[in-house]
Design a protein around this ligand. Structure first.
Ligand code: NIG
Ligand code: FE
Length: 429
């Protein structure tokens, strides 16, 4: 069913994120939000058709004539921005990892917990046992929660099944949940998350399985747009990652990787595969920044993981931004290192711990998130012709979005022209 025509008016600040130039935001342009005061947005058939001031919108002859047929949302001076593009999440799991949580509080490190049988491997059992329907319901609940926090596009990884059957089940559950959601889901195959226990000390055999059995089926059934690899100490080496990237390329799938979370990996050999994004990036060699800045690859920071693992150190965002690297921000929603669905929380951490300005954090989580998913043609900014993905925040200044941390100020999300929630107090007609 086509979404009904929609008019948002009396927007205190509309952050359009429109840009004159193509390509992801870099350097100073990361701070340009393209703000229109006292604004209005008209959406038809799930697309944005015009933006401007409320005054101009109300004078428009077409609008005057058709006003009765249009759903009007009076934003009452609130802030409206493009729905967040959360370009890194792991929603296909069954249980929170509370034992890991307690162990870490008592002083154990993420890697120690993983070596002792906790960590990613301890999420495998649940996913292998659960039915596809039950897993899809878990993912659906996550999608609903994301929308409540202002996210309208999300990348969703498999990666807790780690066998052909359970990885396919995870991707099918993601697809089933995506079909029920008004927002946009970008599925990613993360068969190379860790080596599963039955392949212990036979990691090359597992990599071969990922490359020669899993990737071909995932590609054939069109279950994923990207192949991801956890390239780090204790997971997969750079050489193994390159092998997996080559297999993905051969089967027409784009690539991305978890990189530099626990240890440094040199970027050169992996940039050859033109990854859409390299994520975490806590440890990156300075000498690699010029090549990264020259490329279209986005560096995606996930400070929720640093926060939840209790780390003192966060990614050095300023070093990347000043080198001209395109950066984005994501939640990394997962049961081990970042159980948060809140992009505003990730933005708040980026401001307080990584010294990104509120404007930079917003651009990183919208337009540059869209670039990190190769969706910038449709997503990430409020411009005529783009998908009608919007978030309304109950604040009067955009800087309040990362300022009020730990509380949800998103009151309405519009996904592909469909409003998800309502403003309270009968302001919506
Ligand atoms: O992005 N680093 C690898 N993957 C996740 C953690 C997954 C987990 O601990 O379950 C991350 O932090
Ligand atoms: Fe992750």
């Amino acid at each position: 069913m086509k979404p009904k025509p929609l008019l948002l008016l009396n927007i205190g600040q509309l952050l359009t994120l429109r840009s004159a130039t193509g390509g992801p935001r870099r350097g100073a342009s990361l701070s340009e939000l393209g703000i229109i005061l006292d604004a209005a947005v008209l959406c038809l058939g799930g697309k944005i058709v015009s933006i401007g001031t409320t005054k101009d919108a109300l004078r428009d002859p077409w609008l005057k004539k058709n006003r009765k047929k249009i759903i009007e949302i009076d934003c009452g001076g609130r802030v409206v921005l493009p729905g967040f593009v959360d370009s890194h999440t792991h929603p296909a799991f069954t249980h929170p990892r509370l034992v890991d949580f307690e162990k870490r509080i008592s002083g154990a490190r993420y890697e120690e917990i993983a070596e002792a049988g906790g960590g990613i491997r301890s999420s495998i059992d649940g996913v292998r046992r659960v039915s596809k329907g039950a897993l899809a319901r878990k993912v659906s609940a996550v999608l609903a929660d994301l929308a409540c926090h202002g996210t309208t596009t999300v990348e969703a990884k498999s990666g807790y099944g780690l066998s052909l059957v359970s990885e396919l089940k995870s991707l099918e559950a993601i697809r089933a949940a995506a079909c029920e959601w008004a927002g946009t889901v970008v599925p990613t195959f993360l068969g190379a998350h860790v080596v599963p226990p039955e392949y212990r000390k036979r990691s090359q055999e597992y990599v071969d399985l990922v490359c020669s059995e899993m990737i071909p089926v995932v590609a054939k059934r069109k279950l994923a747009q990207f192949v991801d690899v956890f390239c780090d100490r204790g997971a997969f080496s750079a050489a193994e990652t390159a092998q997996i990237f080559a297999a993905a390329e051969e089967h027409g799938l784009a690539v991305r990787a978890h990189l530099g979370q626990l240890s440094e990996t040199r970027l050169g050999p992996l940039l050859r595969y033109r990854p859409a994004s390299l994520d975490h990036m806590d440890q990156v060699n300075d000498e690699d920044l010029p090549a990264l800045a020259q490329s279209d690859t986005v560096a995606t920071f996930v400070p929720g993981a640093n926060y939840f693992l209790g780390l003192a150190k966060y990614p050095e965002a300023r070093r990347f931004i000043e080198s001209g690297v395109a950066v984005s921000l994501a939640t990394d929603y997962n049961p081990g290192s970042s159980p948060t669905l809140s992009v505003p929380m990730a933005m708040s951490l980026a401001c307080t711990h990584m010294k990104m300005s509120p404007a930079e954090a917003i651009a990183a989580a919208t337009i540059n998130g869209a670039w990190a998913l190769r969706l910038a043609r449709r997503k990430g900014s409020v411009e005529a012709g783009k998908d009608a993905d919007l978030a309304v925040f109950d604040v009067s200044d955009y800087r309040e979005i990362p300022y009020w941390f730990g509380t949800n100020r998103c009151v309405l999300t519009i996904m592909n022209g469909v409003p998800s929630d309502s403003l309270s107090g009968g302001e919506r007609k």
